[in-house]
Design a protein around this ligand. Structure first.
Ligand SMILES: Cc1ncc(COP(=O)(O)O)c(C=O)c1O
Length: 390
């Protein structure tokens, strides 16, 4: 089997049959024409002349991306969405039946947290968000009607890990599906389907695209499951447009080298921060001191480009630190080539109450870092200078 760098460049990249174009064409069209009325497919089957009818259903550029996504996440098929949240909400809705209970960890991306904590219960679905680090609370949370177990690993922004293999066994023993948001790890560092997950989800805005210039999402699962998800996507309407799909195809060509550089830079930065007197704690699964370092070694191929740390001092100190950086930028989002820092307490996790943030380990002094591909020495110097100014 080819390696990740070879796959990044060549997977789902045949040259164009009609013209020989080396690079995928962008089929920027809303609809597809037919010469014979009898070829026009019905609403349930995509059986037109070339298999395409309307770009909310399927589009050749988007399908090409979906093949690449499926190859990277080792699933039967993929579905691309207009955002990570569209991928997450559509995939969950595709698997809900009347009375389904959804069991999830508490440390979730803010949007997913809001969807599971507020929106689904408002529609009559029961959900439970349990302690992330105690696997027993996930085991105790399973009910007869649990149909979906939903996890992220590593978590945002606390970099806690959840045992994916164990979660899959737990879900399957109850006839439930395991859904894993793999955004933080990227497919280069972790493949949840190989560990037993049924649906892998991504904010493709992040490492898949890698250039902070678009919003997109992805789901990968068995072909049967993706068919169900795509049928739901047709009705909910969150299909990805061909132009951003093409940009992600381009971005993915460098995904393996980008992510390897990000892994290496994050390790250097985490080690530097661990020894700094103005830093109270560093959360990075690659550090031996991380409480789940052994699990990281078991289920991850690389430790990732995301880390967080607690500044010793007050909220103001953390704010001053983030404002003083010159190489890194204070901004939400992650996974791009540039290093970004954010303060989850008041930027990305405001859906949680102050108590929920405290229970989840998100103090006001927590700084999340999405490590980019700059030179590691420049990043260390930048962080050193900003910390010295406190
Ligand atoms: C882990 C994780 N999942 C999902 C999302 C949502 O993705 P999007 O912003 O592309 O909708 C994000 C966004 O930051 C995220 O960090």
């Amino acid at each position: 089997m080819p390696g990740d760098s070879t796959k990044s460049v060549h997977e789902a990249e045949p040259f164009d049959e009609q013209t020989g174009s080396l690079v995928a064409p962008i089929y920027e069209t809303s609809t597809f024409g037919f010469s014979r009325a009898e070829d026009v497919p019905t609403a349930v089957a995509n059986s037109g002349v070339k298999g395409y009818t309307y770009s909310r259903w399927d589009n050749p550029t988007v399908v090409r991306l979906e093949k690449k996504l499926a190859a990277f996440e080792r699933g039967g098929a993929g579905a691309a969405f207009a955002s990570g949240m569209a991928a997450i909400t559509t995939s969950i809705f595709a698997s809900l039946k009347k009375g389904t209970h959804v069991l999830a960890i508490r440390d979730l991306y803010g949007g997913t947290y809001g969807f599971l904590h507020d929106i689904l219960p408002g529609l009559g679905f029961s959900t439970d968000l349990v302690d992330t680090t105690d696997f027993g609370s996930l085991e105790r949370g399973v009910r007869k009607n649990t149909g979906i177990v939903y996890i992220e690993s590593p978590t945002n922004p606390t970099l806690k890990l959840v045992d994916i293999e164990r979660s899959a066994r737990l879900a399957h023993s109850n006839g439930a599906l395991l859904m894993v948001d793999n955004t933080f790890a990227s497919p280069i560092n972790q493949n949840p389907i190989e560990l037993g997950a049924d649906v892998v989800l991504h904010s493709a805005t992040k490492y898949l695209n890698g250039h902070a210039d678009l919003i997109a999402g992805a789901a990968v699962a068995s072909s049967e499951m993706i068919h169900k998800i795509k049928m739901t996507r047709r009705e909910f309407g969150g299909t990805l447009d061909p132009l951003p799909a093409w940009l992600i195809l381009r971005g993915m060509k460098t995904m393996a080298i980008r992510v390897r550089q990000q892994n290496a830079n994050a390790m250097v930065l985490a080690e530097f921060l661990s020894t700094h007197r103005r830093v109270a704690a560093v959360h990075y699964p690659g550090l031996r001191a991380h409480p789940q370092h052994q699990l990281a070694k078991k289920q991850m191929k690389g430790f990732g480009g995301m880390l967080s740390f607690e500044v010793k001092g007050t909220t103001k100190d953390a704010m001053k630190f983030t404002e003083s950086l010159e190489v890194a930028t204070l901004a939400a989002s992650l996974g791009g080539v540039e290093t970004l820092v954010s303060q989850p307490y008041n930027m990305t996790h405001t859906q949680m109450s102050a108590k929920e943030r405290a229970d989840t380990g998100i103090p006001e002094t927590l700084v999340r870092v999405s490590v980019g591909i700059e030179d590691a020495d420049d990043l260390v110097d930048d962080f050193k200078r900003a910390l010295a100014g406190l």
